[in-house]
Design a protein around this ligand. Structure first.
Ligand code: GAP
Length: 464
């Protein structure tokens, strides 16, 4: 196998500063500041051509792993605006609050639980030293009005989680689908929280997307299912998203962290440059939600088990992952700067590469004619059109081949195919297949290309 150069890793996900990721994301069209032409809007972001492709790929792999690969999980897409009683029943109206303090001098607002304990003890603003107010509970739900009259009766909330759309549809799904407990309902969608601490790029934003699955089980079996889902979800991060094991861990919620509905909860945490933070919550929610919705709608929501004719309110194991936060995890984890020694002019040769798993990479394969002339461009285009049937492709005919490879490395394209004179002249039209991580190259017949890429994706393990 031919190889371009030997790489020494300079900086990886953990060592990379957030500024570098933000800059690459902007420069290459992953994520832009929202409404940028008007100076932007705090903590809101838009996903550019490569960002939306990455996000869609993450969503698709999650959906596939949940729905296609399990016999007993079905999908749902509930509305963002729900009956306001939903949020009384769920406990969000009463409990979904953060304790906030304001600086009387500079007017900055802080979450009290995120402040340095000394600042709270002194009641001093960490920005300007001004006096802090007493904490007030601030509800994180956004409100709006449904219909033309803006009075108390028309208030509705933008959902702060997708989960409640699943609970209120539990009976509909049982009555209309051939599901039996244990079974799950999964959905992906937008959620909104009026967060105060919104730094760190797309990590915590007011508008974000979640991928949630509620798994309904017979009471008494919840601990076993909780363990099953913990294992499955961690496995997904390692093997389907290709996240480095050393950057992932479980964190069990202590008594003081447990949400009002939870019997037990584990977070899948990711190691960011700013510390270990939650990526996904796995919660044992008992029958809290279905019982409360039964109480609030005036009709118990229960389940008749055909196995033994018992009737009960199912218990729930929830897996709740951030989709937009997954985009950040994939970008951070994949990011690497490598020292490749010197280039042909004697300058330091630094390669920036995203080791994105081929499952999520925005472009799977780039097709590059070595030169434009002598029919090579047309031949390359023909090969690219053929690969389009199965893969996200990109065709790039201009610039030095080395520079074209580097552009693809920087956006995480795992495979490049180069078409040269031998391709045109050889009987079986051999092409060069180049691998992003190792920079190794192999020469194979055109007819083997699609199958070879499929195999490489199936067996993919990241190489530094
Ligand atoms: N239904 C349970 C629930 O919503 P959560 O721990 O509040 O649980 C689940 O949220 C996941 O949603 C988090 O692990 C995180 O990935 C994502 N998430 C929550 N708040 C977010 C925010 N403000 N911005 C981006 N992602 C967020």
């Amino acid at each position: 196998m031919a190889k371009e150069k030997k790489a020494n890793v300079l900086s990886n996900a953990y060592g990379a500063s957030m500024e570098k990721i933000v800059s690459l994301a902007k420069r290459r069209g992953f994520v832009y500041p929202s409404s940028e032409i008007y100076g932007g809007l705090a903590a809101t972001w838009d996903y550019g051509p490569l960002g939306v492709a990455l996000k869609n790929n993450i969503q698709n792999i999650w959906w596939r792993e949940m729905i296609r690969m399990n016999d007993n999980i079905v999908g749902l897409d509930a509305a963002i605006m729900m009956h306001p009683k939903t949020w009384e029943a769920s406990g969000h109206v009463e409990n979904f609050t953060d304790p906030l303090v304001d600086c009387k001098k500079c007017k900055t607002r802080f979450r009290e639980d995120k402040l340095d304990p000394q600042a709270i003890a002194d009641k001093k603003c960490p920005e300007c030293g001004g006096e802090l107010t007493e904490p007030r509970q601030f509800n994180l739900m956004f409100t709006t009005h449904l219909g033309p009259v803006q009075d108390h009766g028309s208030v509705v909330y933008l959902r702060p989680e997708t989960a409640q759309g699943i609970f209120v549809n539990f009976k509909n799904v049982v009555d209309t689908s051939r599901v039996n407990i244990p079974f799950g309902i999964a959905q992906v969608g937008k959620a909104f929280r009026n967060e105060i601490t919104t730094k760190n790029f797309i990590f915590r934003t007011c508008e974000f997307e979640q991928m949630e699955m509620q798994f309904f089980v017979k009471p008494g079996t919840e601990d076993e299912w909780f363990e099953t889902w913990k294992t499955k979800r961690m496995d997904y991060y390692y093997n389907k998203l290709g996240i480095l094991p050393e950057n992932l861990r479980f964190h069990q919620h202590g008594e003081d962290e447990l949400a009002h509905y939870a019997k037990d909860a584990y977070d899948v945490e990711y190691q960011y440059p700013f510390g270990w933070e939650e990526q996904e919550g796995i919660h044992s929610r008992t029958d809290f939600d279905l019982s409360r919705h039964g109480e609030f709608c005036g009709k118990e929501i229960n389940y008749l088990d055909p196995q033994d004719n018992s009737r009960y309110i199912p218990y729930v194991i929830e897996t709740s992952a951030g989709l937009t936060r997954s985009v950040l995890v994939c970008l951070m984890d994949a990011y690497e700067e490598q020292d490749l020694g010197e280039d042909s002019r004697g300058n330091k040769d630094i390669r920036t590469v995203l080791h994105l798993h081929p499952n999520v990479a925005p472009i799977t394969v780039a097709v590059l004619p070595l030169v434009k002339k002598d029919g090579l461009a047309e031949l390359a285009k023909d090969i690219e059109m053929e690969l389009r049937e199965d893969y996200e492709t990109f065709y790039d005919k201009s610039g030095a081949i080395g520079r074209r490879y580097r552009r693809m490395d920087e956006i995480g394209t795992p495979f490049c195919v180069t078409i040269d004179y031998d391709t045109k002249e050889s009987k079986d039209q051999t092409i060069t297949l180049r691998f992003r991580d190792s920079m190794e190259q192999v020469r194979i017949p055109r007819s083997d290309l699609a199958a070879r890429i499929k195999l490489e994706i199936k067996n993919y393990t990241r190489q530094a």
